[in-house]
Ligand binder design. Structure first.
Ligand code: FAD
Length: 396
């Protein structure tokens, strides 16, 4: 008995929302989480796995505590459709789950139509993105290990907005760190569709100059418009084709398929517009969308830290709405994104965001946040502690 909340996706947004809906309602609201994967695998820290500094087991956490400690029912399946009139979620396995309120946090999916060559057979197994943590993280590590010394690893970055603005620049550092130790004649070439480094530019450029002067080459304004996986070649809007030993293409992205398919991606057919007080979709009633899938407010990054805060704000709103109360009116939340520049030194960017009742959006609190003065090892310890803490907050 009791109202029923269904959550689609057990990542940073969804797992947090599932756990906090149970906690905020003191068990009065039943929660079902629909997630196809047996374990949660974190994108944050996954660049260290690619660089050989951590094992995949370090970034993997079981969903078992959500079930055993918090009473979340877990359905290991893929949601394939939402029927907002009947309040039903349809599952790939053939079943259906009824809800009073639905929370959707499916992360991102890729706009493969912008890279036509990637539709060829075998292309997606050869040219990896590793922008969802899991099998591709391990596979990219293997490609780097197999690459002969003297080879070129080319990483392409899509135009903003994309998941985790600093993530690609951190990846360039960590791969270069590996090359410096194990394959010193090799190069990292970063092709960025954007005009400049999109996050912590001065700090990343300083790290490249200090640690990887002869390894990393950064080429802005290089927009990849196709990939020939057979020859490992990148094709650009304006520049010459480029062939590399290992290609790592981060494609353009949009809200997760289920959110797009159900008509919620109303912003440029890419992202879901929400009411920031409740995270209720502007397109579907009683359906809330969180995390990377949403059309973010200005200066709010698509990050795991943000998705975790969305999860709590949404859980508080949903529990209040189900109990017939007004949702909290002044959400305030923070973001910190740490990036490793080598095996121990880290830089951060932080910000605080508050709901503005007049503009009905989240605004950055003036004077809040900032970036590190310089990369340092103390923040390296903070970064790993951040990861352990947020995983525990979501899943312990
Ligand atoms: P996710 O965490 O991706 O969760 C989505 C979940 O939904 C998945 O488990 C998926 O299996 C499930 N799902 C999808 N579709 C369905 C469906 N139809 N039915 C059922 N389940 C479904 N953020 C930080 O804050 N700090 C960092 O240091 C950081 N580093 C990063 C480094 C890299 C290399 C990358 C790629 C990202 C990084 N991020 C970082 C960003 C962070 O990973 C994302 O912002 C975060 O995962 C978003 O949470 P989410 O809930 O929207 O999506």
């Amino acid at each position: 008995s009791g109202p029923h909340v269904v959550v689609i996706g057990g990542g940073y947004g969804g797992a947090t929302a599932a756990k906090y809906t149970r906690m905020f309602s003191e068990g009065k609201v039943r929660v079902t989480l629909i997630e196809p994967n047996a374990n949660f695998i974190s994108c944050p820290i996954s660049n260290l796995v690619i660089g050989g500094l951590k094992d995949i087991s370090y970034i993997t956490t079981s969903y078992e505590n959500l079930e055993k400690r918090h009473g979340v029912r877990i359905v290991r399946d893929m949601a394939t459709a939402i029927d907002p009139d009947k309040r039903l979620v349809k599952l790939a396995g053939g079943g259906e789950v009824a809800y009073d309120r639905l929370i959707v946090s499916p992360g991102i999916d890729f706009m493969w139509e912008t890279l036509p060559g990637m539709a060829k057979e075998g292309a997606k197994d050869k040219v990896l993105h590793a922008w969802k943590a899991g099998p591709q993280t391990v596979a990219l590590r293997k490609q780097l290990e197999a690459m002969p010394d003297g080879g070129v690893y080319a990483l392409s970055i899509p135009l903003m907005p994309y998941r985790c603005p600093p993530g690609p620049y951190e990846r360039a550092c960590i791969v270069a760190h590996y090359f410096k130790k194990a394959k010193p004649k090799s190069k990292v070439i970063v092709f960025d569709a954007n005009d400049d480094v999109t996050s912590k530019p001065a700090l990343f450029k300083k790290a490249w100059e200090e640690h990887y002067k002869d390894i990393i080459e950064y080429r802005p304004k290089h927009n990849v418009v196709d990939v020939d996986a057979a020859t490992n070649t990148l094709k650009f809007e304006f520049n010459e084709d480029f062939k590399a030993a290992v290609l790592n293409v981060v494609p353009n992205m949009r809200a997760g398929d289920i959110a797009v398919k159900s008509g919620m991606a109303t912003a440029n057919a890419r992202w879901c517009e929400v009411d920031f007080l409740t995270f209720e979709s502007k397109a579907l009633k009683n359906v809330h969308v969180l995390g990377d899938s949403i059309q973010i407010a200005p200066a709010m990054p698509k990050s795991g830290h943000m998705a975790n805060q969305h999860g709590k704000t949404c859980a508080a709103a949903v529990v209040n709405l189900l109990m017939g109360h007004q949702p909290p009116q002044l959400p305030l939340y923070a973001n910190t994104c740490y990036s490793f520049v080598n095996d121990e030194d880290v830089v951060h960017v932080a910000s605080v965001h508050r709901y503005d009742p007049e503009q009905k959006t989240m605004l950055t609190v003036p004077g809040s946040g900032g970036v590190s003065a310089a990369a340092n090892a103390l923040e390296g310890r903070y970064a790993l502690a951040w990861a352990q803490n947020i995983w525990a907050d979501m899943l312990a």
